[in-house]
Write a protein that binds this ligand. Structure first.
Ligand SMILES: Cc1ncc(COP(=O)(O)O)c(C=O)c1O
Length: 507
């Protein structure tokens, strides 16, 4: 199909006449509004297998030689996605650290795509760049981070951590300096607890640190970094000629929501002149909540911070943010001006602050959320998520079918224990069976679509993990969850005993 729209004498197969765009767009928005209105009545996921999904969407079809009417395509894709997806906007989606998406962010993304500013350079995105700058300032304000900091929006937590990490690296090994020799780089070392998210391993590899460049620091029973181990490792390394690049703290670890002793880490780093980076991708925004553990305030002392609006500001994916205390060091790490770049120096060009060149207008959905909800609104939303996590923890703690393990920020870890195994944990055969059972139970819950949880592995125990970054979850949802998991737990336990293969993930 060609000629869907026309521009003067040019028949364009890609343009769409305004009246057709308007009609199809309105119809799509109606369908999205229906999706939101009926979210609670759906299953979290349909539990379809990869093959079933491929069949539904016609995955085996080849690349079309000729196009089709866009209305039909939009209708088909709206139907496919609104009927067969996993909905992280469902009140009982508590898996991973993926939030329910704010509706205002959905509209913002559409608007951003329509205007399509390239937020790499100010000239190409005058309004959008200023909106991104204001968004970054507001995020810093929420965290009590210095307003003089620089920042950049990126795709998510991994990238935000990479931005901070790379700035730290370039502060020690500047790009065009004698300090940056292979011999010196081979001595570079980074310090982070064993609970740090996997981005750290990728960063070591991507940014050319030596394979032995990561010092994994022990954690205490609350999964927080042990200061004594950090001190001992770093001081010994320096004596042995290693070059510390950064110490990394977590403001909300990915598995259990633990908060490292950030103020003590900041002080230690200052005394040893080492860059302090905080991964607050998940938990950082809890710094504005009065009931959050006190150590979270140490985030404001970091040299760089990673923080994700697409986690606890509920922005639709993708939106991460890196903040850097010293804008000059931040810019020096990334700035690159070939002779053919003719962009003004007196304005912010975001290509100077991160690895991306052309950049989308992520800031709009974050700005809209911040403006719609305000600081007080977010404080209440986050406090509610944390209170719901406490409620869930308390329910599991007094339910004989469960053993609770941890509660941190809005993450609860626990496991299902059938009656005959209670009081027998720590026995290796029991532990082995409980691991198998809970792993199978997680998969069964996933297929059931009644509630979606993920998992954590702590000291060899396979645990279920509920992470509440969901503004739709209510106390009633929390109250229903133990009974749902117990029902499936009993069934999976029975099936395992009689040796029947249980319904694993249907990939
Ligand atoms: C503490 C922490 N850091 C980094 C990440 C990675 O974030 P993303 O998946 O947005 O890249 C996560 C993801 O859950 C996280 O919890």
């Amino acid at each position: 199909m060609t000629g869907q729209g026309s521009n003067g004498d040019r028949q364009s197969p890609i343009d769409i006449a305004p009246e057709r765009f308007r009609a199809a767009g309105h119809a799509m928005i109606d369908r999205i509004a229906d999706l939101l209105a009926g979210m609670r009545e759906r299953k979290v996921t349909t539990g379809l297998s990869a093959k079933e999904i491929r069949d539904l969407m016609g995955a085996s079809a080849g690349m079309p030689e000729d196009g089709s009417e866009f209305e039909g395509l939009l209708e088909r894709m709206t139907e496919l996605l609104t009927r067969h997806s996993l909905y992280n906007g469902h009140p009982k989606f508590l898996g991973y650290i993926t939030s329910s998406p704010a509706p205002v962010g959905m509209l913002a993304d559409l608007l951003a795509a329509a205007v399509n500013p390239n937020v790499g350079a100010w000239t190409l995105s005058p309004v959008a760049t200023e909106i991104e700058s204001q968004t970054i300032r507001w995020i810093a304000e929420l965290l009590d981070y210095p307003p003089t900091c620089s920042g950049v929006l990126v795709s998510g937590g991994n990238m935000a951590n990479f931005v901070g990490f790379y700035t730290a690296l370039r502060s020690v090994f500047p790009r065009d300096s004698d300090a940056r020799t292979p011999q010196r780089m081979a001595r570079a070392t980074v310090y982070a607890s064993t609970e740090t998210h996997t981005w750290i391993e990728k960063a070591i590899d991507l940014f050319g640190l030596p394979p032995d460049g990561l010092r994994s620091i022990r954690v205490d029973p609350e999964r927080r970094l042990v200061m004594a181990d950090l001190k001992e490792k770093l001081v010994t390394d320096v004596k042995n000629g290693r070059i510390p690049v950064a110490v990394v703290g977590s403001a909300g670890t990915v598995s259990t929501g633990a908060i490292d002793p950030l103020p003590a880490m900041a002080e230690f780093c200052r005394a040893h002149h080492v860059w302090f980076h905080v991964d607050g991708a998940y938990g950082g925004f809890a710094a504005m909540v009065k009931t959050a553990p006190k150590d979270i305030c140490g985030l404001s002392l970091a040299d760089s911070v990673a923080i994700d609006p697409h986690k606890w500001l509920y922005a639709p994916i993708e939106a991460g943010c890196a903040l850097v205390r010293d804008p000059e060091l931040h810019r020096a790490a990334y700035s690159c001006h070939p002779p053919y770049y003719n962009f003004g120096e007196e304005v912010t060009n975001y290509f100077d602050y991160g690895p991306q060149n052309s950049r989308g207008f992520r800031a709009l959905k974050v700005w809209m959320g911040l403006s719609q909800v305000g600081r007080r609104g977010y404080e209440r939303l986050l406090a509610d998520d944390m209170a719901l996590a406490q409620e869930l923890y308390d329910r599991f703690a007094k339910d004989a079918n469960f053993e609770v393990a941890t509660l941190g920020l809005s993450i609860v870890t626990f496991r299902y224990i059938p009656p005959e195994y209670r009081g027998r944990t720590n026995d290796p055969t029991t532990e082995e069976y409980l691991n198998k059972l809970n792993k199978a139970l997680q998969a069964r819950l996933e297929v059931s679509g009644e509630v979606f949880v993920s998992n954590a592995v702590i000291e060899g125990r396979y645990l279920l993990r509920a992470c509440i970054v969901n503004f739709r979850t209510t106390s009633q949802d929390i109250a229903e969850i133990p009974a749902i998991i117990t029902r499936h737990g009993k069934q999976v336990d029975e099936e395992l005993r009689i040796g029947r293969a249980v319904g694993n993930r249907r990939h």
